[in-house]
Design a protein. Structure first.
Length: 193
């Protein structure tokens, strides 16, 4: 049960950080805050759940046999619940800015490629090719790289369907782009290692 709780908590915290950074004038950019948040959670809850805190990552891990189907389904429910709670919390204090959800072909490709490189980096940790001490740095750095690629190609650089839901950047390409990219990124690493 703890692994589902920390998946909800981690996804909620990540959604909250991303959402609040879009609202406020904090001097650190949203991608850096997201990468630092994810890296921190790798160190704090990784031993409990593996720190997926992203349905696309969960489905990517499932595709390479690193998580059972039933557990993956409960992870995704927990992640969406965490993002939903964060969304409700944020809605009480501020209004999120309108985010781009049009141009679905470009957005889908951008989210796909961003998630591909993000999860390719995660897979290096999953397969034990990175020491535990550096796992959070590699995962957070991989997220930052993935976001940069996605944003430069024209999306909001969310790479996480739960966070996309929580911050109102909700469109089919913000769901399917990251999921397909994560599956392909994990599969590519598995085949190349």
């Amino acid at each position: 049960m703890n692994k589902y709780i920390v998946e909800a908590l981690g996804t909620g915290a990540l959604t909250l950080v991303v959402g609040l950074s879009l609202i406020g004038t904090f001097p650190v950019s949203t991608p850096i805050l997201a990468a630092l948040t994810l890296g921190l959670f790798v160190y704090t809850i990784g031993h409990i759940s593996g720190t997926h805190i992203n349905p696309a990552v969960t489905l990517g891990a499932w595709s390479i046999g690193k998580i059972e189907t039933k557990v993956a389904m409960f992870y995704i429910v927990a992640q969406m619940l965490g993002a939903g709670i964060a969304m409700l919390f944020m809605s009480k204090f501020a209004t999120l800015p309108e985010l781009v959800v049009s141009g679905e072909g470009v957005i889908g490709l951008a989210e796909f490629l961003g998630a591909f490189f993000f999860t390719f980096g995660i897979a290096s940790v999953v397969y034990g090719k990175v020491s535990g001490v550096l796992s959070g740095v590699v995962v957070g750095g991989s997220l930052l790289l993935g976001i940069a690629i996605a944003v430069l190609l024209g999306s909001n650089g969310v790479l996480n369907p739960a966070v996309a839901f929580g911050i109102g950047s909700w469109g089919l390409m913000y769901v399917f782009g990251p999921i397909l990219g994560a599956i392909c990124g994990m599969q590519a690493y598995k085949r190349l290692m």
